[in-house]
Design a protein around this ligand. Structure first.
Ligand code: ACO
Ligand code: ZN
Length: 226
C-alpha cells in the first residue's frame, strides 16, 4: 500500500467511523446498528464456513505438526464438496470476485489446510490448463488519486504475449488473515505440485497463478523465485 492508498483509506475511516473486523475481514461502521447487525451475520457465516468437524473419509495429502492438507475432488461426497464450496466462497468474497464460477468445475481440485483448532485456514483451487502468460515485472506507474484508478492499478498487471507451457493453473489461493506468513500457502502449493498429477512432480514453472492480487503477486513471486 503506498501513501496515496493509505490516505484514502484513512479519510474513509474517519468519515464513516469504519472498523475492519480482524477475524472475518468485514469493513463496517460500528456507529450504525444496521451495519453491526450485518457484520454479526457475516461473521457467523464466516466462522461456520471455516469450521471443520471431521469427515468419515478424508483424503489427507500431507500432515504437519500444526495441521493437515486435505484434497477434495468434484465427485466426493456432498459433505466434502459443500465445505470446499463454502470455503471458496469465503475466499472469493475477500478477493472481491463477483461471479462464483470456476473455469472447469468438473476437474477442479480443492486443497484445504485444516489446522489443529479444527478450522479450514487455507484453500487452493487448482485446475488443468495448457498454457499461461507470464506476469511481467510491474512498471512504475503514475500516481492515482481516484479510488477507481487504484483498483485499476492493482488489477492491471502486465502480461507477456508469449504463451508458456503450464500444466496446473492456480485459480484461488487464500489463507485466513490471522494465519498468514506461516508458510501455509507455500506448503499447500508444494502439495499441489506433488499431488496434482499422479506419479509426476510438477516444477514451479509448470504452475501458473491466474489474475493475482497484490498479495498473490508477492507470494507467487517469492514462491516461484522469479
Ligand atoms: N507481502 C509480502 N510478501 C509476502 C506476502 C505479503 N502479503 N505474502 C507472502 N509473501 C511472501 C513472503 O516472502 C513469504 O515468506 P516470509 O513470510 O518468510 O517472508 C512467502 O511469500 C511465503 O508466504 P506464505 O506464508 O507461504 O504465504 P501465506 O500463507 O501468508 O499466504 C496469500 C499468502 C495466500 C497470498 C495470503 O496472503 C492471502 O490469502 N491473501 C489474501 C487473498 C489473496 O490475495 N490471495 C491471492 C489471490 S491470487 C490467486 O488466487 C491466483
Ligand atoms: Zn467479523
Amino acid at each position: 500500500c503506498d501513501d496515496d492508498d493509505q490516505l484514502i483509506i484513512d479519510a474513509g475511516q474517519k468519515q464513516f467511523g469504519a472498523t475492519t473486523c480482524s477475524l472475518c475481514g468485514m469493513l463496517y461502521s460500528a456507529d450504525s446498528p444496521e451495519d453491526k447487525m450485518q457484520h454479526s451475520h457475516f461473521h457467523q457465516r464466516f466462522l461456520d464456513a471455516i469450521k471443520f468437524v471431521g469427515w468419515k473419509k478424508e483424503r489427507v495429502v500431507c500432515e504437519f505438526w500444526d495441521g493437515k492438507i486435505l484434497l477434495v475432488l468434484p465427485d466426493d461426497p456432498k459433505y466434502a464438496t459443500r465445505k470446499a464450496d463454502d470455503v471458496r466462497k469465503v475466499a472469493d468474497s475477500e478477493l472481491g470476485f463477483q461471479q462464483i464460477t470456476l473455469s472447469s468445475p468438473s476437474t477442479a481440485k480443492t486443497y484445504l489446510f485444516v489446522n489443529s483448532d479444527k478450522m479450514v485456514v487455507g484453500c487452493v483451487v487448482a485446475e488443468h490448463i495448457r498454457q499461461a502468460f507470464r506476469v511481467l515485472e510491474q512498471q512504475p506507474q503514475q500516481k492515482a488519486v481516484d479510488p477507481e484508478d487504484i483498483l485499476e492499478r492493482h488489477r492491471a498487471w502486465c502480461c507477456s504475449v508469449v504463451p508458456e507451457r503450464a500444466i496446473c493453473g492456480i485459480s484461488r489461493v487464500w489463507v485466513f488473515s490471522l494465519m498468514r506468513r506461516k508458510g501455509i500457502a507455500t506448503r499447500m502449493l508444494d502439495s499441489v505440485r506433488n499431488n496434482f498429477m499422479y506419479g509426476n512432480h510438477l516444477t514451479k514453472e509448470e504452475i501458473a497463478f491466474s489474475d493475482p492480487t497484490p498479495d498473490g503477486k508477492l507470494f507467487a513471486t517469492k514462491y516461484t523465485g522469479t
